[in-house]
Every structure is written in structure tokens, then in C-alpha cells.
Write a protein that binds this ligand. Structure first.
Ligand code: SF4
Ligand code: SF4
Length: 271
């Protein structure tokens, strides 16, 4: 079963929920927040690199090129500029779609590749897979896509999605059996939750909401969920004890046994 923990807004406690749920259920966690993976701060596994992630990049053969500009006109990412007798290629803009190679009628483009990230694996109590996007790279989705190839659908897989509602979050959510949307009871939390709900509904994936830091802010998230018929799966209180454990990098299910039980019950309810 694949459960993705996502949030429209950063800083809501998404990774906290993902890690605690994974530990309580002895699941494997996949840190898909590849621009800033932080689940292992809590797990403290000895991560080992298991593979590199490459993106297809065009390589131009100027001896065959007629400088017709068709590749540049095709490229929606403006990664190619054709000059009268040269081609400028901007790799950081290239999505690796391969379209320029297809449209070139003069066989002047070869498939090259460029390393954009790495995949790591480790184990400490539970298994963790982590993607890491190279600094300065703009395209997180190929790293997430490759990371997700390690998901074992026969076990319990908890995917920690990148924050926000952009392509990396959508790439993570796609193909999940269930999505947990973590939010906080504030106007910002509600605003971004509504966008995230719209995305999950488009994919037709069952989902529910966890309200973190319950007790701060207002009840607008609860009212919204009630009006929309969205189940609130769990409320995690605004608690000094939980905050202190978080600040020490300790998952709170390990220290507060009632929460271990609550996360197991959460998983059973989702199942
Ligand atoms: S489409 Fe092919 S021939 Fe035309 S400019 Fe691009 S690489 Fe050169
Ligand atoms: S592979 Fe796609 S994104 Fe990259 S240069 Fe070619 S057309 Fe543009």
C-alpha cells in the first residue's frame, strides 16, 4: 500500500507525520522532498548512495546541422538558441523530453546525459530511500520518478512529498493508494489545503486531513473539511512535549506510547 503524506504549505509537519507513521507501522519511508530531504534527521540511518539520476540532454553535431532552427522552435523550455553558424544549449533549462532529437530532420542531435541527482538507501529500525537533487538543478521530478521505482507495493510505503502544490508534489502523489494532507489551523494552511484538495480530487485518490498544531489559529480548516465532506483523520495538538522531541530529532511515537497506538490505528483506518 502506498500512502503519500503531502501538504499544500511547507512547515506544516508533513515529515513529522510521515516519519511517525512509518515507524509506528514498520513501513519503508521514501523521502521525495529531493530538494531538501530531512526524514533521515529523525531516522538517523547510515545512508549509502545506490545510484545516480541522469537526464537526457541533446548533443549537437554541427557538421550535420543546417541551422534550420526547428529544434529551437520546438523546445518549449527555450533551452536551445540557434545562431547562423552555432548552437547555444542551456542544460539547466532542458527537461530531457527528447523532442528536439525527434524533430531534427538532419540527424544532427545525439542523446547525451547529465547527472542531476542521486538516490540513497539506508536502514535504522525501518528502511529509508531518499532522493537528492543536485544543487542548482531545477527539475526535481526525474529524481522523484526514479526514487519511486524502488517502492515495494507489497509492503507499506510511506512517501514524504515535497511541500507545495507544484510538479514535484504531483509527481509524488501520482499512483498513490491514499493521500494524507497535513495542514495547520491557520488562514495560510487553509488556503494551501484547498489547492492540495483540488489536485488530489483530480487524481481521484482517496484522502484525508491531519491537522497539526491543533489549538493555535482558528477552526476554519475544520469548518472547510466539514462542508466538503473531508475526513479529519487526526489532530496533533500544539504541545511543548512534541515540539521538544522534534527539536531533538526524536520521532514522538518513540517516546509517547499513546501516539504509537494512534498512528497504528490511523493506518488501520486508512486500510
Ligand atoms: S533541428 Fe537539427 S539541423 Fe535544425 S538547427 Fe536543430 S540540430 Fe540543427
Ligand atoms: S530535450 Fe526537450 S527540453 Fe531539452 S532541449 Fe530538447 S526539446 Fe528542449
Amino acid at each position: 500500500m502506498i500512502i503519500t503524506v503531502a501538504s499544500g504549505k511547507g512547515g506544516t509537519g508533513k515529515t513529522t507525520v510521515a516519519v511517525n507513521l512509518a515507524i509506528a507501522t514498520e513501513a519503508t519511508i521514501y523521502d521525495c522532498d529531493v530538494e531538501e530531504p530531512n526524514a533521515n534527521i529523525f531516522l538517523k540511518a547510515n545512508l549509502q548512495k545506490i545510484e545516480d539520476v541522469f537526464l537526457m540532454n541533446p548533443v549537437f553535431d554541427l557538421n550535420k546541422c543546417t541551422f534550420c532552427r526547428e529544434c529551437a522552435e520546438f523546445c518549449r523550455y527555450h533551452a536551445i538558441a540557434v545562431l547562423p553558424s552555432d548552437i547555444l544549449f542551456f542544460p539547466e533549462l532542458c527537461s530531457g523530453c527528447g523532442g528536439c532529437k525527434i524533430v531534427c530532420k538532419h540527424d544532427a542531435i545525439e542523446e547525451g546525459k547529465r547527472k542531476i541527482g542521486e538516490i540513497y538507501h539506508g536502514k535504522n529500525e525501518i528502511e529509508i530511500y531518499q532522493g537528492l537533487l543536485n544543487i542548482g538543478e531545477a527539475r526535481a521530478t526525474p529524481v522523484i520518478n526514479q526514487l519511486k521505482k524502488h517502492v515495494d507495493k507489497n509492503g507499506i510505503a510511506i512517501l514524504d512529498a515535497p511541500p507545495g502544490n507544484g510538479c514535484p508534489a504531483i509527481e509524488t502523489i501520482h499512483g498513490s493508494d491514499f493521500v494524507i494532507l497535513v495542514t495547520e489551523p491557520t488562514p495560510f494552511g487553509l488556503h494551501d489545503l484547498k489547492i492540495a484538495v483540488g489536485i488530489v480530487r483530480k487524481f481521484n485518490i482517496p484522502f484525508g486531513v491531519i491537522i497539526n498544531r491543533h489549538g493555535i489559529g482558528d477552526d476554519s480548516v475544520e469548518k472547510y473539511c466539514k462542508d466538503e465532506g473531508i475526513e479529519i483523520l487526526m489532530k496533533i495538538p500544539y504541545s511543548r512535549e512534541i515540539a521538544e522531541l522534534y527539536s531533538k530529532g526524536i520521532p514522538f511515537v518513540k517516546e509517547i506510547k499513546e501516539w504509537q497506538k494512534k498512528f497504528v490505528e490511523l493506518y488501520e483506518a486508512i486500510k
